[in-house]
Design a protein around this ligand. Sequence first.
Ligand code: ADP
Length: 263
Amino acid sequence: MADSLLSHYRRNKGLLGTQVLYRAQVPSTNTLLLEAGERGLPEGFLALADFQIAGRGRLSRKWVAPAGTCLLMSLLFRPLPPFNRSAAYITMVCGIALADAVREVTGLSVWIKWPNDLIVTRGDNWRKVAGILSEVGMVGRQPDFLVAGIGLNVNVSRNMLPELDPLATSLQAETGRTFSRVVLLDAFLERADVLYAQVRDGWSPHSLWVENLAWLGKAVQVSTPTENLTGIAEGVELDGSLLLRLTDGTRRCFSVGDVSLRI
Ligand code: ADP
């Protein structure tokens, strides 16, 4: 179901999504906004696409989505100082808002897989329904703006999922129903707007984010480019880093950039 209204989407209230750039096809919506951000595009600018030729995950991993079936979008933020803390909060806000929007529209029970994926769990089995990729826009040597990209697998039929990833799922595959991407987008932006206004007023989304995280207190596997570790996911620091208690009792802290989490 390619809801053509996506190409005309625009919100008439709030900060996020009142200015929109839609493209049928882009390299990636993040790339579009990282380039446009350097030209001074305002905060809240939204990029939407029906297809990404070069969708990205972290560390240049690929994000794959069949044309017209998924919500592929990026938002431009201009974080208040201190930049790093605001950027971490914005990524948390996007995760919480996306989880809430999916719950509200579909009734599905979803969780955030640290640091930034949305998953559906059944016992110890899990499947990824969305990913969030935050990237920093630099001006000179200074971080200047943040682009938060979201790929949500909406109307991807079961038989197409293996093309995405062995652990991918979609809202359609989970519920047997199709959904309007516009309705999901509206629900997400509505929630993100409220939370982001609170962040700009000094509120920390950390506790709410923690409530949405999967697997806290459970045995997990953490892989970095250089090592694979098993331990208990004890918690997350205020900046979003993951605290892992190893089997020998030592504690390790992992920042968001280079780490994958599995159960
Ligand atoms: P991780 O799950 O290790 O944290 P990322 O957050 O960087 O990984 O997401 C990128 C990974 O997501 C890719 O390497 C691929 O395995 C998987 N992937 C790619 N496209 C999709 C999709 N549409 N749905 C679910 N998973 C995907």
